[in-house]
Design a binder for this molecule. Structure first.
Ligand SMILES: Nc1ncnc2c1ncn2[C@@H]1O[C@H](COP(=O)(O)OP(=O)(O)OP(=O)(O)O)[C@@H](O)[C@H]1O
Length: 668
């Protein structure tokens, strides 16, 4: 039994039809049906006529309706980039083909990005190339919801519009560039070629006549470009002796990046000596910090040359002598305290900190110049925290803002104020030098530079830099240096070295290995092979032995020096004609410094790098990034190597014996 009657609603038209049917009850069944049909048709026509003026273009309405139904797409994903859109259907947006609306879109960043190479906009450089990058004005993008472009064929009869964003071409995203402060981005340019940029000594009128005379006596008749640029800049800042310039303006700190062998040492020695020349009381006023003992010794020698006939004294503290001996060269005990004995201190960082901590009377309170040579390496060794120790020793009153009353005031560098210029100021100026100075602003910031200037011989900030700022065209090489590489097998490397030595029988050769073990074995092998005077330089030997080895090499008593990177930086040995990278350097900086041991001071020189097949690609890429496309490939003919083999086999046997004996000695 049915509990409910379910009446089905049949719609308004049916209801109306029912009503009309009642009214025409007297008409026959057939006639009623026809009349009803006609009435329904006429009402439908009326309704159509009523709606017609609002939608004059039925096909567009249809298209719009479809457009509304399309799901929203996220900005940055184009039709072609989506999996639904087959690549064959991709079209480039073209103003002419797509009508006015489309041409408007074609001007948008998204449309341009979708174009494949060669199809791009007329001014491709003006557009970002990276897919997925935001357009500059997001509101102008063609992907505004509701206005999205249609896939071709979707709206027949309507203007066909298509956007192609991204694409399938793989584009290497550019590396993010660190923001370079203006002083790094716009350096003062220094001529790279020593020969092309020589300046007569008289071109620096500020130079003291005594120093000019001394330079001439040393055979220096003109300044190299870096010296001609840097010496006047330092002298101007030191015009008031070791006090701040007129009006209390503190001198700027200077960073100098110039090729190896371009004369950076004299660029700081000369102005420092001149600024201190007329000092009355001996105090430590210049401190030069270098990474290795050998380098410090070399720089100290140069200072001695130019301070010899003056009251100034330079002391060397590197740990080569005992702490007590070094203390004797720094301070003297007097009945009323201590007397300072050095105006200029040349030091390695570790030993310097030892003296700050342990030498009574050693004070840096009057420090006027802090020179950091091989600055990039020294910045890397900042974890030793030697710099904060030096700054703390140089500004002992910095903790209390004004310091004790006195004639001279000393405070951390800051903008001059009316109060600050009431007393004579004694600033501390930092001078940084390197052939591979880091341009990483973060690293340089750690040095606390004051309004710095950069003098650079490099072509300018590269477009593609690593985290240290090393990259395209970052470092300048000496103009007279020719770079070569020799592809070879591992077992042929010693033979290739021997062949190169045979090829240049009179050349003094510096050969680099990546480890002291390699240096030692290669030395034993070359010695066993005979025919060349060779020596070995590495941390395997103490400072005394290393010093003697270097001296013999300098004097020409040794023709071949096999060394680790201990001699790669700064060591100035005249007339090294050939550098051989027996082991390929892993880093660009290492390469720059190693090969920079030749072609110094405007001379010419050759650098050969032995490369295994597996190393070739990476190494060449590294140098190409450094802006060195002219690296010459040198093949050594097989038969030339085979000629050396009989003697080489004998040498190998001797090497084996020597290694066994050494092991036995060690074990004993
Ligand atoms: N004006 C000059 N005239 C002649 N010789 C010079 C002059 N200036 C420097 N030299 C010589 O040039 C050589 C290289 O100089 P220096 O060692 O200062 O180079 P550098 O730029 O410090 O190199 P590196 O980056 O390898 O340390 C030295 O032998 C030096 O005596």
């Amino acid at each position: 039994m049915a509990l409910f009657h379910i009446a089905r609603y049949r719609g308004p038209e049916a209801a109306e039809a029912d009503a009309d049917a009642d009214a025409d009850a007297d008409v026959g069944a057939q006639g009623r049906a026809r009349a009803l049909l006609e009435r329904l048709q006429s009402r439908a026509r009326e309704r159509q006529c009523r709606e017609a003026p609002q939608t004059p273009d039925p096909p567009s309405t249809e298209a719009a309706g479809r457009r509304r139904r399309r799901p929203r797409r996220s900005r940055g994903r184009g039709a072609a980039g989506s999996p639904e859109a087959p690549p064959g259907k991709r079209l480039r947006v073209d103003g002419g083909a797509a009508g006015p609306e489309s041409s408007e879109e074609a001007r948008g960043a998204g449309a341009v990005r979708g174009a494949s190479p060669g199809e791009g906009p007329e001014t491709p450089g003006e557009e970002p190339e990276t897919p997925g990058e935001e357009p500059e004005t997001p509101g102008e993008g063609p992907e505004t919801p509701g206005e999205g472009p249609e896939t071709p064929g979707e709206a027949p009869g309507s203007p066909r519009r298509s956007l192609v964003l991204g694409g399938f071409r793989r584009i290497r995203a550019p590396k993010p560039q660190p923001f370079l402060p203006a002083w790094l981005a716009e350096p003062r340019c220094v001529e790279r070629s020593v020969a092309a940029g020589l300046a007569p000594l008289d071109a620096v009128p500020e130079l003291h006549p005594e120093l000019r005379r001394r330079l001439r006596a040393q055979g220096v008749v003109s300044f190299f470009p870096v010296q001609a640029a840097v010496i006047p800049a330092v002298l101007r800042g030191a015009a008031g002796g070791f006090l701040a310039g007129t009006g209390g303006v503190l001198p700027r700190d200077l960073c100098v990046s110039a090729p190896t062998g371009s004369g950076k040492t004299l660029a700081f020695v000369i102005p420092v000596v001149q600024a201190l020349l007329h000092r009355v009381v001996c105090r430590v006023r210049a401190l030069v910090v270098l990474p290795t003992k050998e380098l410090a010794q070399q720089v100290s020698k140069v200072f001695n040359v130019y301070t010899d006939a003056t009251p100034l004294r330079a002391a060397l503290v590197t740990g080569q002598k005992s702490l007590a001996k070094e203390q004797e060269s720094l301070v003297q005990k007097t009945p009323d305290g201590f007397r300072c004995l050095a105006d200029i201190v040349v030091a390695t960082p570790g030993r310097l900190v030892d003296h700050i901590d342990q030498t009574p009377g050693f004070s840096l309170r009057h420090l006027r110049f802090l020179v950091i040579d091989e600055a990039d390496r020294m910045v890397d060794s900042m974890h030793q925290s030697w710099l904060p120790r030096v700054v703390a020793a140089a500004f002992p009153e910095a903790a209390s803002d004004h310091g004790p009353p006195g004639l001279l005031r000393r405070g951390l560098p800051r903008a001059p104020t009316a109060a600050s210029i009431c007393w004579p100021q004694m600033p501390l100026q930092k001078l940084l030098f390197s052939a591979t100075l880091t341009q990483n602003p973060e690293k340089l910031q750690r040095l606390g530079l004051y309004r710095p200037w950069l003098f650079s011989a490099a072509p300018g900030p590269g477009v593609d830099t690593d985290e240290d700022g090393a990259g395209a065209g970052k470092f300048a090489f000496p103009a007279g240096l020719m770079h070569h590489y020799v592809p070879c097998r591992l077992r042929d490397k010693p033979l290739v070295l021997l062949h190169l030595l045979n090829q240049a029988p009179d050349a003094r050769v510096l050969c680099f290995t990546n480890s002291r073990e390699n240096a030692h074995r290669l030395f034993l092998l070359v010695q066993a092979f005979g025919g060349v005077t060779a020596a070995e330089f590495s941390s395997r030997y103490g400072p005394g032995r290393r010093k003697a080895t270097l001296r013999e090499f300098e004097q020409g008593r040794t023709r071949l020096l096999i060394s680790t990177d201990a001699t790669a930086r700064g060591i100035d040995v005249q007339s090294v004609q050939l550098v051989v990278n027996y082991d390929a350097p892993q880093y660009l900086r290492t390469y720059v410094h190693r090969v920079g041991r030749t072609a110094r001071a405007g001379r010419s020189g050759h650098a050969f790098t032995l490369l295994l097949k597996v190393q070739e690609r990476r190494f060449l890429h590294m140098l190409a990034e450094a802006g060195l496309p002219e690296l010459q490939r040198q093949e050594v003919r097989e038969e030339l190597l085979r000629q050396l083999e009989p003697r080489y086999e004998e040498a190998l046997a001797q090497l084996e014996q020597a290694v066994k004996e050494e092991r036995a000695q060690k074990a004993a």
